[in-house]
Design a protein around this ligand. Sequence first.
Ligand code: C5P
Length: 210
Amino acid sequence: RGGPVIAVDGPAAAGKGTLAKRLAAELNLPYLDTGLLYRAVGRLVLDAGQDPAAPAEAFARKLTADDTQRKDLRTQEVARAASLVAAQPAVRSALVETQRRFAQARGGVLDGRDIGTAIFPDADVKLFITASPATRALRRFLQLGEDPAADDAKARLANMADALKARDAADAGREAAPMQVADDAVVIETDTLSADAVLAEVLRVVRERL
Ligand code: C5P
């Protein structure tokens, strides 16, 4: 490969995206949000009026760059559909080469669920970024521009935590490339850390290993 590969895995809304993007900029490496691939497949399936639990390989095979750049991939409905199509081995196989090819020329920072375990088992650095469901729900809540002082904030937060937990359970419990901590991954608990502090810690870990 033409550069180092850094795998950033972890559960939903743990801050992987923010971190991976900043890390890539800092190290001058290409960045790929692999969740967007599954979200884009989920979106196409929903658009076609198909049940996301039904075989979706054909959608994954015809995925284009434009599909992954759509603005409507960040909803809870799409996340759920993504998780359902991502459980299908044929969908995952269809997306493996895209991910490996991405890092071929210059290496890269890739964030997802199975980067260090399945896509790049030989990654130069493997990070597993996590936080408690309550912390992750609050971060996602604020990121979506929700008002924490609103009357129904508590119920909406609880609802978000439930949705995150359900998706994590599905992602960790599936047969095909389940989300798990790679043996040689460095686990970073981010509950009490700011985004800047997480980046600083990760840069320390990465520089030690590259
Ligand atoms: O990271 P994000 O929340 O955008 O991912 C959406 C869904 O895509 C995840 O819940 C998971 O089911 C799936 N996914 C995956 N493997 C990856 C990245 C995402 O299975 N590498």
